[in-house]
Design a binder for this molecule. Structure first.
Ligand SMILES: C[S@@+](CC[C@H](N)C(=O)[O-])C[C@H]1O[C@@H](n2cnc3c(N)ncnc32)[C@H](O)[C@@H]1O
Length: 299
């Protein structure tokens, strides 16, 4: 929803009401009332792409398969990756990308101005045609889409403000899929935004899980799974990843009075709850002969 200073309670009611109308996401997107991020902005999309490659220590992704989780409003990553001669795979939980050609034409101009050679999309009239030009996949069924991809086929998985949106009961399976898809000795780079998507505080922690996970709430556009940083790190480890780096941004003090927290979050320390955003780099180690031998012995 547009970033106007509306009280969080009103936002919840307005977003639930919008989600119950027969109009689809495309209308709210066109009116600028609701958006899945900023990937239709060329500068933003290029900056995000480069920041994750840099985080993973990739200087030249030529020939690599790069998977973006949750591209949101545009297939920008497909065009950027193709300009670097990489193979893009985009996986979202719905088909939210803009279907007009403007953001894609702007992106091609921006990349060309930097001396890169993006694919020629001047004759494309649909997102589908652009994807073909970029040799890209765009899958829109979340976890089910990941399950269709080949094991050990991806060199880098990245996401920007996405992991917090994955449904709570699908989070661990999604991490397991990421682990399965990644090649050995490769990385995942994620930025996770733990602020509520209402007033950038922690008002989402007021609610019981029973209410928060209902369809009414989870499909209304402000849903986040409310998994805190420590628990997400635990999920990554349980999926098999090594956490190589985790950089946190914090509030100076809790943005909510503790007495308003739902009992589920009462045991979390202020220190933990004050983490507002974090960047994490995960690593899938190679399976060594020692590990294989150990597994064989325990059978
Ligand atoms: C806040 S938007 C961020 C979009 C984009 N990454 C950006 O930075 O502008 C969150 C995105 O995560 C996607 N998402 C939610 N659950 C997902 C899932 N299980 N798998 C892949 N993407 C998911 C949403 O559909 C949405 O496109």
């Amino acid at each position: 929803m547009a970033n106007i200073n509306i009280p969080w309670r009103i936002k919840i009611i307005a977003k639930i009401a919008m989600s119950r109308t027969p109009f689809g996401y495309a209308l709210w997107q066109r009116l600028g009332l609701f958006r899945h991020g900023q990937m239709d902005n060329s500068d933003y999309a290029i900056r995000i792409f480069r920041s994750h490659l840099k985080n993973a220590g990739i200087v030249n992704p030529k020939g690599m398969t790069l998977l973006e989780l949750g591209p949101g409003d545009s297939i920008a990553t497909a065009i950027i990756a193709a300009a670097y001669e990489a193979k893009p795979v985009l996986v979202d939980a719905g088909a939210f990308v803009r279907t007009d050609m403007l953001p894609y034409m702007n992106l091609v101009s921006a990349l060309s101005e930097e001396g890169l050679v993006p694919p020629d999309i001047s004759k494309c009239t649909s997102v589908h045609e652009i994807l073909i030009r970029c040799n890209a996949k765009y899958l829109t069924d979340g976890l089910k889409s990941l399950q269709q991809l080949e094991s050990g086929s991806v060199d880098l998985i990245f996401s920007q403000a996405v992991l917090e949106h994955i449904r709570y009961d699908e989070f661990q399976d999604t991490m397991l899929e990421c682990y399965r898809l990644l090649k050995e000795n490769c990385h995942c780079s994620h930025q996770v935004d733990l602020r509520d998507h209402l007033s950038e505080g922690l008002n989402n922690l007021r609610f019981s899980r029973a209410l928060w996970e209902t369809r009414l709430f989870s499909s209304a556009g402000f849903y986040t799974n409310r998994i805190r940083c420590d628990d997400m790190l635990e999920h990554f480890s349980q999926a098999g990843f090594q956490v190589l780096k985790c950089t946190m941004q914090r509030w100076n003090r809790l943005p909510i009075n503790r007495k308003h927290l739902n009992s589920e979050f009462e045991s979390k320390s202020d220190d933990e709850l004050c983490i507002s955003v974090f960047d994490v780099l995960l690593y899938k180690p190679a399976v060594t002969n020692d590990v294989l031998a150990g597994n064989a012995r325990s059978l």
